[in-house]
Structure formats: structure tokens, C-alpha cells
Design a protein around this ligand. Sequence first.
Ligand SMILES: [Fe+2]
Ligand SMILES: [Fe+2]
Length: 135
Amino acid sequence: MHSINGITKGTELEKTVNAAAQAEANGVMIYYALARLAHEQGLDDVSEKFIWIANQEAVHAGFYAVLNGKYPSDFWDFLENFQRGEENAENSLLPLAEKISEMGHPEVADVIKKFAAQEKNHGVILGEIMKQYRK
Ligand SMILES: [Fe+2]
Ligand SMILES: [Fe+2]
């Protein structure tokens, strides 16, 4: 497949495309936050629409990042580093969960613990991908 990685890097469009990538990534956060708030208020249909939009924004963010060549086409070394972050995410998330639990929000702590386990699983999946496909 023809690569579009970095076609705007070093051009007059780099700043604009970077701003677009950041705005889209921020949009993912905003729409998922609003989805949660809508859900809290019983607006589940609204929540689902925000999530639908957020997932499109996530695709957009990745696309603009590629136009600017934010990550190398030969991404294996990058992925290896990134995997370590996923594997170690619980080092910061579990203490966070503990503190939030102490603040009187054990149910919030449980969510963060679940997310920490998901991060670890991302690391496991990345490890399997590297083992199977990295040359
Ligand atoms: Fe978008
Ligand atoms: Fe992750």
C-alpha cells in the first residue's frame, strides 16, 4: 500500500496538520467525557452518539499524525518502547486508585484498577504482535 506517512512534514502545512491532529485527539477526550456525563444523567442515546463521534475523531487524529510523520513507518522500535509504558502503567495507576479509594470513592478506584489491567493487557497484546511479526 502506498504510504502517506510524512507527506506534510517539513512543509508549510506541518503546523496546521499538527494542530488538526491535536484538536482531534482532544476531541476524543471531550466526546468520551461528555458521553460519560450524558450517561450519568440517563441520556443514553445522547451518550451513544457522542461515543460514535469520538471514535471517528480518533481515526481523524491518527490520520493527521501520519500525514505529519509523527511515527516511523518502521514502527517496531517505537512499539517496543510504547509497550513498556503499557506494561508499567499500573505502577502509577494503582497508587492513584488507592488514593482515590482513601478519599472515599472505592467504586472509582475499581474502575481505575480495571483500566490498569486493560493497559497491562495492551502490553501483552503488543508483546505477542512483536513476537509474531517483528523481523
Ligand atoms: Fe474530526
Ligand atoms: Fe493502553
